[in-house]
Design a protein around this ligand. Structure first.
Ligand code: UDP
Length: 237
């Protein structure tokens, strides 16, 4: 597999072309941003952790019947994935109130829901990723009715699996964000990443935050938190 020109640089990852037009290489950076890029910093070692954690979880999700873009881990930071066109929706599943949910509805963080919630944001930095519902997504032609139904099913499947996998290692899965992509034949697959950058993870006993909120909220110890999740999940750092 030959790595070719850089196609795109995002906030946390770069994407490179390969000699196969249907595959690209994602390269995870240690750069951390929050509040739509207003806050910038570095979480040393995060790129390698997010890369390996995402690949491990996507591998297990494939076994559970959730198709993903994952092809092959190439190195600590680099992974070969299927080239997709990203569906411009951020799909957020929540089990416990936190973050923008707590703020928007004026409730405290930490309320355990009787059943998970799902919400969509329009993936558009210029507009600050505005919240939208399915009818808005259809009106804007961001996805079809069938695609949205499938995305919702996969998102809840991911929640069922991930919540259980985290509970096994003493972590409460508070919420997370997913992105989906479309293959050239129209198949919807899970894309992007599943990592402490995109999930809220609380230690079930101490309620310590083991995720990007350590960076967002200047709590310190982000590196150690990412390493802790990695160690518990995969027995390594
Ligand atoms: N999230 C993300 N990228 C975003 C927005 C949210 O990965 O651009 C994740 C975030 O880490 C959290 C979940 O989605 O696990 C819910 O985030 P929320 O809507 O509460 O927004 P926040 O409080 O992070 O602004």
């Amino acid at each position: 597999m030959e790595k070719r020109e850089q196609l795109y640089e995002g906030k946390a990852k770069k994407v490179f072309a390969t000699d196969d037009p249907e595959k690209v290489i994602v390269s995870y950076k240690d750069d951390a941003t929050a509040f739509n890029g207003l806050k910038k910093g570095t979480i040393v070692g995060k790129g390698a952790i997010n890369n390996r954690m995402t690949n491990y979880l996507m591998g297990r999700l494939e076994e559970k019947g959730v198709p993903t873009h994952f092809v092959e881990e190439l190195s600590d930071r680099e992974t070969l994935v299927k080239k997709v066109s990203i569906v411009p929706l951020e799909v957020i599943v929540r089990n416990i109130s936190a973050g923008s949910f707590a703020k928007r509805y004026g409730v405290e963080e930490g309320i355990v829901f009787a059943q998970p919630t799902i919400e969509f944001s329009y993936k558009c930095d210029e507009l600050n990723d505005p919240l939208l519902n399915e009818y808005h997504a259809l009106a804007l032609k961001l996805a079809t009715r069938e695609e949205i139904a499938l995305i919702k099913k996969y998102a809840f499947d991911v929640n069922d699996f991930l919540k259980g996998a985290m509970k096994e290692i003493g972590i409460d899965l508070v919420d997370f964000k997913l992105e989906f992509g479309k293959l050239p034949d129209g198949t919807i697959v899970l894309a992007d990443e599943i990592s402490p950058d995109t999930c809220r993870l609380w230690d079930e006993r101490t309620h310590d935050k083991l995720d990007k909120d350590r960076f967002r909220r200047d709590l310190g110890g982000a590196e150690e938190a990412y390493e802790e999740v990695m160690r518990r999940l995969m027995g390594e750092e």
